[in-house]
Design a protein around this ligand. Sequence first.
Ligand code: THU
Length: 135
Amino acid sequence: MTDKELIRLAFDAMDRAYAPYSLHKVGAALLTKSGKVYQGCNIENAAFSPTVCAERSAFFKAVYDGERSFEKIAVVGGKNGEVTDYFYPCGVCRQVMSEFCGDDFSVIIAKSEDDYLVKSLNDLLSCRFSPQHIV
Ligand code: THU
C-alpha cells in the first residue's frame, strides 16, 4: 500500500465524519502490518468531551478486530471537509498510537495525495510514556 493510496482512503473516511459542532471533518486510514486498512472519522457529541477523533476511531476498530501491529496512518482534515492545510494528530491520539506502535511508526499528514509530510511517532511524541514503563 503506497502513501498515496492510504491518503486516498483517509479522504474517503473524512466523508463519514460526524462533526455538527466544530464543522471540522477528519479522516484517517490505518495500515496494519498484515496489510489491512482500517478507516476512521471524527464523531462529535453535544456534550463535547465524548467526541472521538478520526485516528482513535481507526485504531479502536482495528484493536477490536484483534490487530496489534501497525505500519502507518494517513490523516486529513479541514473545515467543512475542505483540506487546505496539514491536520496534525492531537496529543491524545498520539498517546493512543504510542500504546501500539514503535518509534518508527509513520504518520502521514496530508493536504492532498501529492502534498504530504511523513513524521515518525518519535517525531510527534518523543520521550513518551509507553506500556514498558508500567511492567
Ligand atoms: N480531531 C480529530 O479527528 N483528530 C485530531 O487529531 C484532532 C482533532 C477532531 C476532533 C473534533 O471533532 C474536530 O477535529 C475539531 O477539533
